[in-house]
Every structure is written in C-alpha cells, then in structure tokens.
Design a protein around this ligand. Sequence first.
Ligand code: PLP
Length: 420
Amino acid sequence: MATAINRAKLKSLRLREEQQFLASHPNSAALYARAKNSLLGGVPMNWMKKWPGPFPVFVAHAKGAHFTDVDNHDYIDLCLGDTGAMTGHSPEIVAEAVAQRARQGITTMLPSEDALWVGEDLQKRFGLPFWQFTLTATDANRFAIRIAREITQRSKILVFNYCYHGTVDETIATLEKETVVPRRGNIGPPVNPAETTRIVEFNDLHAFEAALKHNDVACVLAEPAMTNVGIILPDQDYWPAARELCRRYGSLFLADETHTICAGPGGCTAEWQLDPDILVFGKAIGSGIPGATFGLSDEVAQRISARIQLELRRRRNRRHAGRQRAQSGGHARHPRAPPHAGVFRPDDSAGPQFQRRRSRRNKKTQPPVARNAIGSAGRIHIHAVHTPQWARIRSRQRLRTGTLSPPVHTEPQYPPHAIP
Ligand SMILES: Cc1ncc(COP(=O)(O)O)c(C=O)c1O
C-alpha cells in the first residue's frame, strides 16, 4: 500500500527541530557567526558543513568515545572510525607520549630513533620490508602512485567505482555509460580523469581483467573491502584472483588499509594474506595525531633503486656531454642557453622571467628571515631553504618529460632576503 509523504508536516517538523537546536546551542551559534568572518563557509574544512542543521556544533573537548560541545552537551561519537581517532579520543598513553615528544622538539629535518621502532613494528604487522611516513593517507597514496608510475613507466591508475582514497585527483572520478568522468564535487580536476584513471566495479573480475589488458595500468589502488560506500566485502576468492591478474599484467597492487586496519593488527593484508606491492595506512596510525605511512615490497624497493641508478647514469652522461662541448670551444652549459642566462635556463620564456624576478628581489627591501619556500620558474621547480646567513636553491628537472635543460649553476649566492 503506497502512502503519500506529507511534505507540509515534514517541513513543520524540521522547523521545530531546528528551533530547538538553535535554542539549545547558543554558544555554537555564536562561534559559527564569528567563524564566518575568517573561515571559508564558517568551518575549518569544507566537509564540516555537511552535518545537518543550520551550523555545526563546536567541540570543547573529547575523550574516549565521547565529546562535549561548547554548550556542555555530551555526545557519543559515532564517527571515530572515519578519523585518526579510531581508537578513541586522546588515550592517556598517547597524550603522554605526545606531550613528552613535544617538549623534546617536534619537527626536525633529521630522523629520530622512534622512526626505526615504528618501521620495525610495521614490518612485523604487514610483512612489507621498507617504510616511509607522510602526514596524511592522501599524501601516502600520492607517493605510492608516483612510485608505481615511475617503476612501471605506465600512466594509469585503476580504482573501483565509488572508492575513496582521500583527495587523490586520479580517484575522484566515476563511470558514466562506461566512460570515466569527474565525480560530483570534484573541484578543479587538473586533467580529465579519463586520461589518468581506469574504473571498474568492485567484485567484477571480468571488468578488472579487461581494464588491465590495456597494459597501461601502473597500479591498482584499492581498499581490501570498500568502506566509503557503506561496507562492501570482497567475494570469496576475489582477491587471490585479482592479485594474480595484477601480476600477469604487470600492474602493482596498492592496498589502502586506512580504514580496513580495523580488521586486525595487520589489517586485511594479514587477515586475508593479500601480499600487496605497496601498502598505505593512515589516520589511526597516530591515534589522533595526523600521520600516515606506506610500505614497499622488496621488489618495489629494488625497482626504485634501479630507476634512481638509471637516472644518475643519465645525468653523468649529460654532464660528460657538456664537458665535451666545453672542450670543443662551446659553452659549458646547455646549447640552448642564451648568453645572459645566469642561473636557470628552463626554457625560452621562463629564463628571462626568472631573471627579472631575481633582479627585483636583489634590491634588498626585505629583512633576512628564516623560512622555507617552494616556487617555480617556468617549468623548473625550485626549493629554496632560507637561513639568516645564506640561501640555497636547488633545481629539479621534471625527469619524465625530459623537456628541460639542466640547471647551469645550482648554487646562486643570494643574500637570504633575495628569495620569495
Ligand atoms: C580509504 C581511505 N584512504 C585515504 C583516506 C584519506 O585520508 P587522509 O584524510 O589522511 O588523507 C581516507 C579518508 O577517509 C580513506 O577512507
């Protein structure tokens, strides 16, 4: 028996709830009104606007599975599993360790012994031998994807329809009539995701193999069980077959265990013996402190090392060729470099532009400061580390395109205030 929805009644009920919410949350309402003056949309992260009601409640403090808002309401937090606080808010042991570390220096550009302990523990849990750390799972996925592309020399990433792996551009896409298109809410995609991504439905092995058969998939980026569209478990024998297909077609298998880590101390990787080439695990690893990690198999580590050796050989050969030109009377720099190019010579348009920026800054109008800056001049990327005494600029070629000329002189002797 079909019953018509009484929309007028729904509306009046909603209005009543909203009024009640407003009356019982005056402090959150006031903070939201103030936040709109400094935070885009009145929230620090745009998805926080997605809570129902006219404004989000503002948190005063959180402990275990509860949090308290600024109007002193206590809530049971049913969102723990989707945050770094999967193990509860501020466990005592974590709060103490963090406080202790904070007093001993928080950020350095060198390793500490703690990192070794964590690497060794991750080895035991997941079976992968080599580990690196990042601040977010998105970032770990991005690093992993870059590595996969570099060592396979393939361009595409395969993901499952309606996956979520953070704000990884390649993954914010969906299928429309079997064509890959940007997903709703994908803001400013850098390129059409059809160029970077293949998408198949989870648990469809035929589609999976058909996608891999193009031989252009660098890696399959997958949650062992999909957790961001409800929870979809893999069919029995899905992963052993899918894993085998990855090997057959030369695509790496990148397991994103950011949520599925809750399956056990070694995530689904250990529970289901998935044997990924690369494993990403974020959020809960820091028990509330943002952090993430990715682990690499021995084979992947060796292939990265082989690519690095190859690149070093190429550079040596280029330097050698440069010396030969110098000895034969030419400039000891790239043949396309014009006579005025002093520091970088990325291409015809970027060189003079960089020169102009440099001479403007040489007017010494800014006081010396210590800071980091990442900028780019034309197609060359520059990483400048400022110290009160000195500035170092390193240039990095885009290795893949091979379109850039080598930097002519990598240590320009600027005073520190000459840097953006
Ligand atoms: C499976 C999965 N991977 C990656 C991410 C991104 O995590 P982060 O916010 O640390 O970048 C999420 C976020 O929910 C996720 O569910």
